[in-house]
Design a protein around this ligand. Sequence first.
Ligand code: AP5
Length: 217
Amino acid sequence: MYIIFLGAPGAGKGTQAAYVAQKLNLLHLAAGDLLRQEIEGGTELGMKAESYMEKGVLAPDSVVMPMVLQRISDAEAESGIILDGFPRNLKQAETLDQALTQRGKAIDKVVHINVSEEELVKRLSGRRICRSCQMPYHVVSSPPQVQDSCDRCGSELYRRPDDSVEAVKKRLEVYSTETAPLIDYYSRAGKLLTIDGEGDVGEVGERIIAALHGEGL
Ligand code: AP5
């Protein structure tokens, strides 16, 4: 089973992908998390992506696509994958479709998480993430049990450099010009499920699970 989580920065893709993956026993593969791990590890790939990420623009397809497609094929034996933050433009979506078709597979559904811009800005301005496992928290709506420490693995929490006011503005622009056209792309393919992303985390997660079950997944 291949499910894509699509939505603007701060819509809750990472939060919901973790929630739904755990409930449905799927693997959560997040392009942004993979890139941040490469940066933390000081790899060549991380160095190539870092300056783009800090500015809030997309990293080059030539850096991101091989990395994600490789992880998908490594994970093929699993019961299914949630792709979070990939694809991000039409070229990535078409390349993903071709790669899956070659293996006799296809994307099953695309969950589009819809949240107002006012709420997106509120969420990103209070976000903290775990330096090690990348779990997202929010200083008001979902604080960790121990301040600045991840509930899941105990590592330090930090504020992403691209959550600055300037970078968030740029990311929202990039989303609207490069990624939002995917809503139409997957809608035409009959694969889009649009979910209201406002409400508490569990409530939104159950909406997503009910919608997937409604499609027989
Ligand atoms: P990426 O890491 O994918 O960032 P993003 O898409 O901008 O999305 P975010 O991680 O900011 O938000 P989210 O929707 O996951 O929200 P979250 O669950 O954290 O990408 C970063 C960068 O990497 C890109 O700008 C680009 O440079 C590069 N990149 C990544 N993929 C790429 C690709 N395919 N191609 C090229 N470049 C790529 O939630 C946000 C906050 O809200 C958290 O604090 C959370 O606790 C809180 N929250 C969540 N749900 C709720 C709720 N229901 N109620 C209240 N608060 C909530």
